[in-house]
Design a protein. Structure first.
Length: 232
């Protein structure tokens, strides 16, 4: 008998917002309770066409650049079968993606986190959360919401900000990996890059103070192979 493949839940990964793009991971991934049925990705270009003079043919429009890519995800929330739970904590986590992180406030550079939509081995561009709209559709007798639909709109962070500069602290995301029991930075480096030497790059990218103590469940940001060589 062939066993079904395990379901990989989609999630929003959160990272520190820096002037050069995403920094270290912050907070826990916001894991979707149910995988999206679909999502929409939009990319638009800016064109400018000046009015034609007289009876001349319309002039060729001039390309003025590209707008940031946007992604709209519809997320279904349901706690109707959990008498002791509701969906407010999940909604709060989504709303917090639009609020400055506490660390950014202490640095006098208030900024919400950057996020990446991850589903299996697929990762979106580095984004900021533009809007979160929640429609509540079911409630307990005391008014506690137990079912809702959240529409999340992400906007791509400009590529020049997300591009890696090895000395700046920014990072161009290749992928991420969750530490499991028995993992070490050396074993993860071997699995991802073919050898243990890039463990230091993983530690630097994730600001790990003690490389020998990385607890299971930690989600690590993985640099590209080229960046890993430069950081090692």
């Amino acid at each position: 008998m062939t066993l079904p493949s395990p379901i990989v839940h989609a999630a929003l990964l959160q990272f520190e917002a820096t002037s050069m793009g995403p920094g270290a991971p912050v907070g826990d991934p916001i894991q979707f309770q149910f995988n999206p049925k679909d999502y929409t990705v939009t990319k638009a270009a800016k064109w400018e066409a000046k009015p034609a003079k007289g009876a001349a043919a319309a002039p060729m429009p001039e390309f003025k650049g590209a707008n940031p890519q946007t992604m709209t995800i519809i997320c279904f929330l349901d706690a109707t079968d959990q008498p002791d739970h509701d969906i407010t904590g999940y909604v709060t986590a989504l709303f917090n993606c639009c609020l400055p992180q506490p660390d950014s406030l202490t640095k006098n550079q208030p900024s919400p986190p950057f996020v990446v939509f991850a589903w299996g081995q697929n990762f979106s561009a580095v984004c900021c959360v533009q809007t979160v709209a929640v429609q509540y559709t079911m409630f307990r007798p005391d008014g506690t919401p137990t079912r809702a639909t959240a529409t999340i709109t992400l906007q791509e962070v400009p590529s020049q900000a997300a591009k890696q500069n090895p000395t700046s602290g920014g990072l161009d995301i290749r992928s991420s990996r969750t530490v499991v029991a028995g993992d070490s930075l050396q074993s993860i480096s071997t699995a991802e890059y073919g050898g243990p030497a890039q463990w230091r790059a993983i530690a630097l990218a994730n600001r790990i103070a003690d490389p020998l103590r990385v607890p299971a469940g930690t989600r690590l940001l993985l640099p590209t192979p080229e960046e890993a060589l430069e950081l090692s």
